[in-house]
Design a protein around this ligand. Structure first.
Ligand code: UT7
Length: 316
């Protein structure tokens, strides 16, 4: 497969660390030094469906494929206001002349790589020719905004790509190992006369240190496995596009494989952790700034709740 179009959309509201310090016991200094995040974009008067549709439209436009020739929509989303119908069908409705199959997947922050994995399988088996992948996330809505441990980390946003047949995906790898307690969000369901489990709803809970350690280990093992598969060395890669969660996680991975900073473009300083949307938003920004030269070798790597990881090595 190959990526032929990219798009992204972010909420209008920019929230700085200082704004958070106005109501949380935190500081710009703590957030910047522990995470690298300076601002994030948070949904306020806008909504996730609109962002997802805007990102999708931009990806289709840059792909030069007519909407009616998109024959599958995969949306990566952890949770949104609609439990049903799927966000992918809501996106389809906003695109106009389009009636292809749609599905949502929850691969947490690794959802973009999981979507690439599935898209590649659909393309290889001739079940689709052009696939729209949209990663749309609003993790700010999972957090307890009285808890500084989680709420300062996240931002909302959407990133999209159109993929089609080609030889540019050299290798990919997705993993999962159940570890429910390190990172979870339990949303409420309606209670019934027979089950009051709605009381078990809980905002995002995270063991930051465990997630940090598992993220670095998981990402490194994916990167090394993908390079081995392709008989390549870390030096062969032009850009490492990693899940934008924390600059310290990115630096730990970078130092381990002894690569220079300029190979790790980042936007987490501006957007925080936008879950599965972070890599496609980054790809779209780099593509629009003409920073991705044709033939450049890209290593994508992400990790998240599950615990899941995913990596992909591809030529631009
Ligand atoms: O997509 C995957 C999602 N999750 C992640 O990627 C998160 C991975 N983990 C991390 O990024 C880091 O573990 C954090 C940024 C969450 C935390 O950094 P840390 O260096 O692991 O800090 P810590 O959890 O060990 O906390 C150090 C101190 C604690 O105070 P004490 O116990 O030392 O007195 C915390 O209570 O920092 C305190 N703290 C804060 N202080 C000011 C925690 N959050 C804040 C905050 N502002 N926002």
């Amino acid at each position: 497969m190959k990526i032929i179009g990219t798009g992204s959309a972010l909420p209008e509201k920019v929230v700085s660390n200082d704004m958070l310090a106005g109501f949380l016991e935190t500081s710009d200094e703590w957030i910047t030094t522990r995470t690298g995040i300076n601002t994030r974009r948070l949904l306020s008067s806008d909504n996730l469906g609109e962002l997802a549709i805007t990102a999708a439209r931009a990806a289709i436009e840059t792909s030069h494929i007519d909407i009616e020739n998109i024959d599958y929509i995969i949306c990566s989303n952890v949770a949104n206001n609609y439990v049903t119908p799927s966000l992918s069908t809501i996106i389809q409705g906003g695109l106009g002349d389009c009636s292809c199959p749609c599905m949502d997947l929850n691969g947490a922050c690794a959802g973009f790589i999981y979507a690439i994995d599935i898209a590649e399988a659909l393309l290889k088996t001739d079940r689709a020719r052009n696939i729209l992948i949209v990663c749309a996330e609003e993790p700010s809505k999972f957090c307890n905004w009285h808890q500084r441990e989680t709420s300062v980390l996240f931002g909302d946003g959407a990133g999209a790509v159109v993929v089609t047949g080609g030889d540019n995906l050299l290798s990919r790898r997705v993993t999962a190992k159940s570890q429910k307690d390190v990172l979870y969000y339990k949303r409420p369901l309606e209670s019934t006369p027979y089950d009051r489990s709605t009381e078990n709803a809980e905002p995002l809970v995270m063991n930051g240190r465990d997630v940090f350690r598992m993220a670095v280990q998981g990402s490194l093992s994916d990167i090394n496995a993908l390079l081995d598969d392709a008989h390549m060395q870390p030096d062969d890669v032009d850009y490492y596009l990693l899940h934008q969660a924390n600059m310290r996680i990115i630096n730990s991975i970078r130092e381990n494989i002894k690569q220079p900073e300029e190979k790790f473009p980042c936007n987490l300083q501006r957007y925080g952790n936008t879950s599965s949307a972070s890599i496609p938003i980054l790809i779209d920004e780099l593509a629009r700034e003409h920073k991705l030269k044709e033939g450049a070798l890209l290593m994508l790597s992400a990790f998240g709740a599950g615990f899941v990881t995913g990596g992909a090595l591809l030529r631009w």
